[in-house]
Design a binder for this molecule. Structure first.
Ligand SMILES: [Zn+2]
Length: 271
């Protein structure tokens, strides 16, 4: 293969779903998007948006918006299926394409003067030629924190998880003017009324529902008794690390933070 023959991959969205070849095994990842039949989206080629390229592949976005695609050779899948079934690094490519689609859908008009905006050809941005205002895809940082206390971890439940019996660690959006660490202290105190210490950055994960960036922390309990806010959180408690309720799976950063907390406790118990 010469350097000029790059594989083109098309990230095609219809409503909020990604199109994949009908028979595709999602474990193959975004590679299978190279096989999408051109005939399905040939009418949309003027709407094809270049995303990025490296020496081997080029990524393009085709947003069919509300149009429903009915064709034997394709099926549509939700982003949650993508995150569950595709390899982790491939999910990032889908997340990027989806966040661009959402950005373009929601920035047709200028937020400052109301004129129609045009896409900038050399960067992912929308530009207003009337007032020169320029908009970029929004990324909303959100902290998520696993709090440990001896051999227990703090898990909480929101109203929506009540029926499923599902518990998770605490998370919340960073407010304007706040550092990530301040956001951790504020969210924890607001939601469950306790103080934490020894914050340690763990990892981060793009979470395109619709444009969050989850920033994960590990922390230790400092002081205070659990008092739930009753709005975002309806129940919270310390759970024995060896006897957890239903918690997030390991493809999510929440699941990985819980796993990391288990490792820390296992290490501490042998010392
Ligand atoms: Zn404007």
């Amino acid at each position: 293969m010469t350097a000029t023959t790059k594989t083109k991959r098309y990230f095609i969205f219809s409503n909020d779903r990604l199109l994949v070849p009908a028979e595709a095994d999602l474990r193959a990842g975004v590679e299978l998007l190279s096989d999408l039949a051109q005939e399905i989206f040939s009418e949309y080629t003027d709407q094809t948006v270049y995303i990025h390229a490296n020496e081997h592949v080029e990524h393009h976005l085709v947003d069919m918006q509300k149009e429903k695609v009915e064709h034997d050779s394709v099926r549509s899948i939700s982003l949650r299926e993508v995150v569950m079934l595709m390899p982790k690094e491939d999910f990032q490519h889908v997340a990027q394409a989806w966040q661009y689609a959402v950005f373009l859908r929601t920035h047709q008009f200028c937020g400052r003067c109301g004129s129609r905006m045009d896409r900038v050809s050399w960067e992912m941005a929308m530009h207003c030629h009337s007032c020169q205002h320029r908009s970029y895809p929004r990324v909303s940082p959100c902290i998520i924190v696993a709090i440990r206390r001896e051999n227990k971890i703090l898990l909480a439940q929101g109203e929506r998880q009540k029926e499923s019996g599902f518990f998770s660690i605490l998370a919340g959006f960073v407010e304007s003017g706040e550092t990530l660490e301040q956001a951790v202290h504020r969210e924890v105190f607001e939601e469950v009324g306790i103080k934490v210490k020894k914050l340690e950055y763990f990892s981060s994960q793009p979470w395109p529902f619709p444009h969050s960036l989850m920033v994960g922390y590990l922390a230790e309990y400092d002081n205070g008794d659990i008092v739930v806010d009753g709005k975002e959180i309806i129940q919270a408690d310390w759970f024995d690390i060896d006897n957890l309720p239903v918690v997030p799976p390991k493809f999510s950063i929440a699941g990985r933070l819980i796993e990391e907390t288990q490792k820390i406790m296992a290490k501490n118990s042998v010392q």
